[in-house]
Structure formats: structure tokens, C-alpha cells
Design a protein around this ligand. Structure first.
Ligand SMILES: [Zn+2]
Length: 208
């Protein structure tokens, strides 16, 4: 039996972390959209570069061609995990044309928790160490790096407003994808420890 899986969840849900853990456990590739685009080869890479260099949005049809090339590699014989794709129903429909998905793992998170996790993120201007002022790891002294006493700064796209906007886009564009996979869907509460979530995913997939 193959495990061709899709991981879906809002930013901050830890879906990337979970996808990585499971991919390692099952020895199948973890294919994130970012990595996928970086790995594009040959003619498809040239086509992709034309869009990227002009700062244009990469069309879904091109992404699906690159994905098709990727999932035809022999390391996907037992399956793969898609992380960050499909992000809308148009992409999900194109995906159906190239492969059959076995299960879709949705990791849920309340807006409140997502905002807390994302908008609390800061990193050291000097040594780049990561902290979270609202969750963990918290710096010992607010705004100052434990390791080097450097100033802790927040990325512009992690402000509360920016995070809210990204969550809104997730709800409007990505959540409708779940309806397409209604009968393959496994929903997991993302407000648990990383270990607990990883265990639950294995249980729900009947993997020992
Ligand atoms: Zn530092």
C-alpha cells in the first residue's frame, strides 16, 4: 500500500514539522512547494525562471508539471508527502489528473493560537537565534538575546495584522480543498505537543 499524502494546515500549525517526522518514519520524500520549485530541472526550470525573474506568479499548470516530474522519481514508489500543495481547489483538480492521493492530513489550530505562535516570533539581529515572546522559547529578558545580548527583532510579515491576513487567505483559498478530499480526510488537533500529534497521525493511518 502506498502512502501518497497531503498535509494541510494554517501557518503555525506545525504541519511542516509533522510532515518531516512522518516522511522519515516511512522513508518517503517530503515535498514542500518551496523545495520543489528549487529542484526543478531542464526545460521546466527555464520556464519557471522566466516567471520568477519577472516576479510573476508561477501558474498552477507549471507547478503541476514540475510536481509530476518529481513524483515520477523512484524514491516515491512507496508514496510521498505534499506540504503546501494544493493550496487551492484549482490546484487540487490538476493534482487529481496526475496522481491518486491516499490520505489527507489536516492539522487544525484556532486563530487565537496561530496568532500567538506567529506574532510572538522574534529573532536576534546579531546571531539570528529564534525566540517567541508569547510561547517558547522565551528570551530571559524581553527584547534581548540570551546568547549574545543582541537586539531581538520581529519580521514585518509576523505582525498581528499580517498574520491575520494570511489566516484569512488560508480560510478562503485552502480550506475549500478539504471538501474535495472529504472521504480521505484525517483531522488532527494541532494544539498538542509535537510528539502527541506525531503519534496520533501514525495511529490514524494505522501505521505501527
Ligand atoms: Zn543573539
Amino acid at each position: 500500500m502506498t502512502q501518497k499524502l497531503i498535509f494541510i494546515g494554517p501557518q503555525g500549525s506545525g504541519k511542516g514539522t509533522q510532515a518531516k517526522i512522518l516522511a522519515e518514519k516511512l522513508s518517503i520524500p517530503h515535498i514542500s512547494t518551496g523545495d520543489l520549485l528549487r529542484e526543478a530541472k531542464g526545460e521546466l526550470k527555464e520556464e519557471l525562471d522566466n516567471y520568477m525573474n519577472e516576479g510573476k506568479l508561477v501558474p498552477d499548470k507549471l507547478i503541476i508539471k514540475i510536481l509530476k516530474q518529481r513524483i515520477e522519481k523512484p524514491d516515491t514508489d512507496n508514496g510521498f508527502i505534499l506540504d503546501g500543495f494544493p493550496r487551492n481547489t484549482a490546484q487540487a483538480k490538476l493534482l487529481e489528473e496526475i496522481t491518486k492521493i491516499d490520505n489527507v492530513i489536516e492539522i487544525t489550530l484556532s486563530d487565537e493560537e496561530a496568532i500567538k505562535r506567529l506574532s510572538g516570533r522574534v529573532n536576534c539581529e546579531n546571531c539570528n537565534a529564534n525566540y517567541n515572546e508569547l510561547t517558547a522559547p522565551k528570551p530571559k529578558q524581553k527584547g534581548i538575546c540570551d546568547k549574545c545580548n543582541g537586539d531581538l527583532i520581529k519580521r514585518n510579515d509576523d505582525t498581528k495584522e499580517a498574520v491575520k491576513k494570511r489566516l484569512e487567505i488560508y480560510k478562503q483559498e485552502t480550506q475549500p480543498v478539504l471538501e474535495i478530499y472529504d472521504n480521505l480526510l484525517i483531522t488532527i488537533n494541532g494544539e498538542q505537543t509535537i510528539q502527541k500529534i506525531a503519534t496520533e497521525i501514525l495511529e490514524r493511518l494505522n501505521i505501527r
